[in-house]
Design a protein around this ligand. Structure first.
Ligand code: FES
Length: 282
């Protein structure tokens, strides 16, 4: 059954918001889950973390970065076009509960999937501080939406073109140090959630070694084929044992994740992906 594209908007350079009519997925979706998308019947499957959902309107929003052949094919479509398959929600929902203060961090294309977590953590009674970061201003997105929903909101860019000149982790550290110095008067910061490139999640997890009483949760978007635990393509090592990001995750305790394996596995088909993308552009 084809799924209609209702809206499309360029959120940041090369990153598109796409709103899809998919009432069953929208009804069941929870923050932290993902969908498996196939643009045409013979296209590759693309796992995309849900960026928003509206059960009443029957819509699911995703943010797609046009990087490889599959995502370029998908982001060429326009409203009223349809996509062949839209399967979900898949994965385990984020473990949202009352913590106190939660810091939500989105890096690059990881900004969009953080967004539904703001609402979920707020509904669970938390104070939410959100931080978004990108290489430059042109790659930032959803600032207005984040500012409107969060109790505190920060922006960082690697090149200083907007907000704090530096990394999202600088702000996390500042906030945690401020709390330790007794200068933060909100409820205790008990959890940091980071969604973004694996290297960012690894750096953030390493930094959190200095704050052992604060949880660090990461979202592993590994290579996926079926998205249902059958193929083993998304295997990651968590706590020394193999886990499937598609069913056991995508969220895991960052301190237990073997990030080097995650990054190595993402590189396995890099050449084939680049060749396919180049051929598609020609
Ligand atoms: Fe196949 Fe996870 S994508 S097992």
């Amino acid at each position: 059954m084809p799924f209609k594209i209702l809206e499309k908007e360029e959120l940041a350079t090369g990153v598109f918001k796409m709103v899809i009519e998919a009432s069953d997925v929208a009804k069941a979706a929870r923050a932290g889950q993902f969908v498996m998308v196939r643009t045409f019947a013979d296209s590759e499957r693309i796992p995309l973390t849900i960026a928003d959902y509206d059960a009443k309107a029957g819509t699911v929003t995703m943010a797609v970065q046009a990087l490889g052949k599959g995502t370029k094919e998908l982001t060429k479509l326009i409203p009223d076009d349809s996509i062949a398959d839209f399967v979900g929600p898949l994965g385990t929902p984020a473990d949202v509960k009352k913590i106190g203060t939660v810091i939500l961090v989105g890096g690059g294309v990881g900004i969009a999937p953080v967004y539904p977590q703001i609402r979920a953590y707020k509904e669970a009674g938390n104070r939410v501080i959100s931080i978004i970061g990108a290489r430059n201003e042109g790659l930032l997105m959803m600032e207005k939406e984040f500012a409107a929903e969060s109790d505190e909101f920060y922006v960082t860019t690697d090149d200083g073109s907007k907000g704090h000149h530096g990394f999202v982790t600088d702000i996390v550290k500042q906030l945690l140090d401020k709390e330790r110095a007794g200068e933060y008067d909100g409820p205790k910061i008990g959890r940091v959630v980071v969604i973004g490139p694996p290297i960012l999640m690894k750096v953030a997890t390493n930094m959190m070694a200095a704050y052992p009483d604060v949880e660090i949760i990461v979202s592993i978007n590994s290579m996926m084929v079926d998205g249902t635990g059958m193929c083993g393509g998304c295997r990651v090592i968590v706590g020394g044992v193999p886990k499937f990001a598609c069913v056991d995750g995508p969220e895991f305790d960052g301190r237990l994740v073997d990030f080097d394996t995650v990054m190595n596995r993402l590189m396995i088909y890099k050449k084939e992906e680049m060749d396919a993308s180049k051929k598609y552009d020609e």
